[in-house]
Design a protein around this ligand. Structure first.
Ligand SMILES: Nc1ncnc2c1ncn2[C@@H]1O[C@H](COP(=O)(O)OP(=O)(O)O)[C@@H](O)[C@H]1O
Ligand SMILES: [Mg+2]
Length: 455
């Protein structure tokens, strides 16, 4: 039960900080004002309105009584007195009959009409009719007398105080003003937090975000400063590590080259031939591995993105793989021009095809565009941002679902001769493009690597 309630409120409450904080400010204000309004309407306004209506109705009842007793010729003085003493304009329509019609209420929110009708009913005790619509400044009361209809025009001022509307305007206005101020101020706070979140996200993806300017409330500034310090420490740490890796790889290259040359110069005979070939192979493999480490340590960050054709690049990489003896099919549109770092991306796709070639006999590469956000919704329907998607499928053994995450880790290789850097480098490159790379099960039975790049 509590769980369900929690889920319900979570569904109804705004998710963002801005919505929530405005709600936190607004709800107490609205509750306070609702209480104030209830007190005002229920207490003060009712009483005032009833008393004013009673006063007017009493005057009207008195006049009706006097008109009934006075001869028609002598009524003129009464009408004069009423105008200047009571502020009520009288007119008598001799012989007329009152048509009683029910009118819709014309004053929203206020109980004046009802109160006046009730007071008149109690005091006049004759058929009557009140008209609030003919004149915006006064209310016309018509009373049926035995010999005609008495018209009484009472100014609304006698029934009404302007504070009625003022109060409502004040309540609504102050709520609007307060929420406006709250939204304005909270927006700035939220923007500072969002900027921090975006910076952390980008840094997590390996992008260089630089130090972020501390802004907003002191806690947010504190978080920004902490983020900057953390970023600096991580950068220094990664820098040292890659420097060391690069140093080792670089320093190993020269002795390895020397060893390979020396091996080639060694005298060969039937006895040593086999060992020498094996040794040479090992040294060559070590050279390949140190070259890979060096490339990883140096990173591909120096290359700038430029306009290039993704499909052309994919065809190129596939042709290289074919030359290395792989059977590769490519399904791609005629062209897909976009902004990318061609050398880095060539290396990334090369690593994927290389892996597929080593684990499988058949490779299928596909290129298409898919809408970003929705997972494979019908393409072309939503004109929003697109992913350019490159899939590399193979018919090899694949990687079990639980080990796919780990395959991206640097130096994490399933084969003794592998460096474990292929997928790590591929992931680095894709992320530096603002994209993502996923490993899945392929329809061919083996592994599918799905690379998504923002178009
Ligand atoms: N297409 C594939 N099919 C099966 N396993 C794969 C495939 N691609 C990669 N792997 C596994 O993921 C591991 C990591 O790959 P990678 O990062 O390229 O390093 P390396 O190829 O040097 O071992 C490989 O050792 C292998 O076990
Ligand atoms: Mg590899």
């Amino acid at each position: 039960m509590r769980k369900r309630l929690g889920r319900l409120t979570r569904g109804l409450l705004p998710r963002g900080l801005l919505g929530r904080s405005v709600l936190i400010i607004l709800v107490p204000i609205l509750v306070l004002q609702a209480v104030a309004l209830q007190l005002f309407y229920g207490g003060h306004l009712d009483v005032i309105s009833r008393r004013l209506a009673g006063g007017v109705a009493g005057d009207v009842a008195m006049l009706v009584e006097l008109v009934r007793r006075e001869d028609p010729e002598n009524r003129a003085w009464l009408f004069r007195e009423a105008v200047w003493r009571l502020d009520l304009a009288l007119a008598f329509e001799s012989g007329a009959r009152l048509e009683l019609v029910t009118r819709p209420a014309s004053l929203p929110l206020l109980p004046l009409e009802e109160d006046l009708n009730k007071a008149l009913w109690e005091r006049v005790r004759l058929p009557f009719d009140t008209d609030w619509q003919s004149d915006p400044r006064s209310v016309i009361i018509r009373v049926q007398l035995p010999d005609g209809v008495l018209h009484v025009e009472a100014p609304r001022k006698r029934l009404f105080t302007a504070t009625l509307y003022l109060f409502v305007i004040w309540l609504v206005g102050s709520a609007l003003l307060l929420s406006g101020i709250a939204i304005l101020f909270m927006k700035n706070q939220v923007r500072a937090i969002r900027r921090l979140a975006d910076a952390a996200e980008a840094f997590g993806l390996g992008r260089d975000v630089g130090t972020i300017k501390p802004e907003g409330a002191s806690e947010v500034r504190q978080a920004a400063a902490a983020f900057n310090r953390m970023q600096e420490r991580i950068r220094r740490f990664v820098g040292q590590r890659t420097e060391m890796l690069a140093g080792i790889s670089h320093d190993l290259r020269t002795p390895l080259t020397r060893m390979r040359l020396a091996l080639a110069m060694l005298p060969r005979n039937a006895e040593t031939e086999e060992d020498l070939v094996a040794l040479t192979q090992d040294v060559e493999e070590m050279e390949r591995m140190t070259a890979a480490y060096l490339a990883f340590a140096r990173g591909e960050g120096v290359e700038q993105a430029r306009p290039a054709d993704l499909v052309e690049l994919v065809q190129d990489v596939a042709a290289n793989a074919r030359r290395a003896g792989a059977q590769v099919e490519v399904a791609a549109p005629p062209g897909l021009p976009m902004s990318l770092r061609p050398d880095a991306l060539r290396r990334c796709l090369g690593n994927l095809l290389d892996n597929a070639r080593r684990h499988a006999s058949r490779i299928a590469v596909g290129v298409r565009t898919v809408p970003r956000g929705g997972h494979g919704g019908p393409a072309g329907e939503s004109p929003g941002p697109l992913w350019a998607e490159v899939t590399v499928d193979d018919n090899g053994p694949g990687i079990p679902a639980g080990q796919r995450e780990g395959a991206f880790r640097p130096f994490h290789s399933g084969s003794p001769s592998g460096t474990g850097l292929g997928l790590a480098i591929a992931q680095d490159i894709v992320r530096a493009h603002g994209g993502e790379i996923l490993l899945e099960e392929s329809p061919l039975g083996g592994l599918r690597a799905r690379v998504r790049l923002p178009v």
